[in-house]
Ligand binder design. Structure first.
Ligand SMILES: NC(=O)c1ccc[n+]([C@@H]2O[C@H](COP(=O)([O-])OP(=O)(O)OC[C@H]3O[C@@H](n4cnc5c(N)ncnc54)[C@H](OP(=O)(O)O)[C@@H]3O)[C@@H](O)[C@H]2O)c1
Length: 324
């Protein structure tokens, strides 16, 4: 089988990581880096002995590139993904799939019609803990409520740019990897209500600390709720997940999932570790298809973040049908 010739877009942390991983994955051949940064872009390209191009549009024009990996900030993922699919390239993008409702709508329609793959880099599809959870939720009756709470004293070791609302979106968007697992188990939302408090929100969209709460009604029944607060007064980070279903409550206190019922608690056996990486998953998508369900899940998860932002701005419940 011919190698898939791939170009990387961006030259920051994730671009370096993906350039390394794709170059070490059989079945891919790294061809070029497209990056706006005239210092880090050429350095990354020369580290791999490949071409440097100044804009992503240059890479889309190249006939010797079959696929791209988008590693830029959240506000450009959707625009670049759409342009790449239109240029007949397979697309791997860092999450979130998009920062924009109109792009989400366009991406959803491309999934149904594109002969090219869209893979969003949610590693949960490969995680033994998540796969064990998904298997168990399918056997535990109907969802009543799924709850997620994360409280952190600082803002973590994350790039500062993530705490910029206009570029990265609200926490419900840049923490989308905590929404994706519930959407993967329970399907899309029908309505979203969200509130947010930002401390020292400045004109340039940056802020010092935040508290966000997002509640959804799932299309298949049951309620989901995510609460995040960062930069708050607490001695150490705390994170909990509870999934209340008619047949039992699944609990994760940070050390794996257990199933709790009136007769006691038992740990869920982890699924077998996956021997494939997100890069080989993308390769399988290209050669074997069947990527559409995961792509839809990723966009439905991002839509919760985008609808949450609209709900906060307009101070009302948002239904997904009014956005799509
Ligand atoms: N999967 C994961 O575990 C994971 C972890 C961390 C981050 N992420 C996601 O990966 C993405 C990149 O994060 P990162 O940590 O790699 O950030 P980073 O180190 O700051 O790198 C971002 C890169 O994107 C470039 N860029 C940003 N906006 C652009 C635009 N409009 N046009 C062209 N290039 C642009 C930047 O160029 P400049 O140098 O010129 O600014 C930089 O090269 C983010 O969406 C983030 O949410 C995923």
């Amino acid at each position: 089988m011919k190698n898939i010739r791939i170009g990387i877009i961006g030259s920051g942390g994730m671009a370096s990581r993906h350039a390394q991983n794709f170059s070490q994955t059989d079945g891919f051949e790294l061809i070029a880096i497209a990056a706006r940064n005239p210092e880090t872009g050429p350095v990354l390209a020369s580290r791999h002995g490949i071409d440097y191009l100044p804009t992503y549009r240059d890479i889309l024009k190249r006939d010797d590139i079959d696929a791209i990996a988008i590693c830029t900030y959240n506000d450009t993922h959707g625009e670049i993904a759409l342009a790449a699919l239109d240029a007949n390239k397979h697309v791997f993008t860092e999450y979130p799939a998009t920062r924009n409702i109109d792009e989400a709508r366009q991406l959803l329609s491309r999934i149904d019609h594109s002969s090219r793959v869209l893979r969003v880099g949610h590693n949960e599809v490969l995680s033994p803990s998540h796969r064990a959870l998904k298997r168990q939720t399918a056997q535990t009756g109907n969802l009543i409520t799924a709850l997620f709470t994360r409280l952190t004293p600082g803002r973590g070791q994350r790039p500062e740019i993530l705490f910029n609302i206009s570029i990265s979106g609200p926490p419900a968007l840049f923490f989308v990897y905590n929404i994706y697992p519930f959407v993967d188990c329970f399907g899309p939302a029908t309505w979203i209500e969200a509130t947010a408090h930002y401390e020292n929100l400045r004109d340039d969209s940056t802020y010092d600390s935040f508290a966000n709460s997002v509640t959804v009604g799932f299309e298949n029944g049951g309620i989901g709720q995510w609460n995040w607060a960062g930069g708050i007064e607490i001695s150490q980070a705390e994170e909990y997940r509870h999934i209340v279903m008619t047949g039992g409550t699944l609990i994760n206190r940070g050390d794996g999932w257990c199933l709790s019922t009136k007769s006691g608690e038992r740990d869920l056996p982890a699924a077998e570790p996956s021997d494939i990486t997100i890069q080989t998953q993308f390769l399988n998508d290209i050669h074997n298809g069947n990527w559409q369900t995961d792509a839809r899940t990723a966009i439905n998860a991002a839509l919760i973040g985008l609808a949450a932002e609209r709900s906060m701005e307009e101070n009302r419940r948002i239904t997904l049908s009014e956005l799509l």
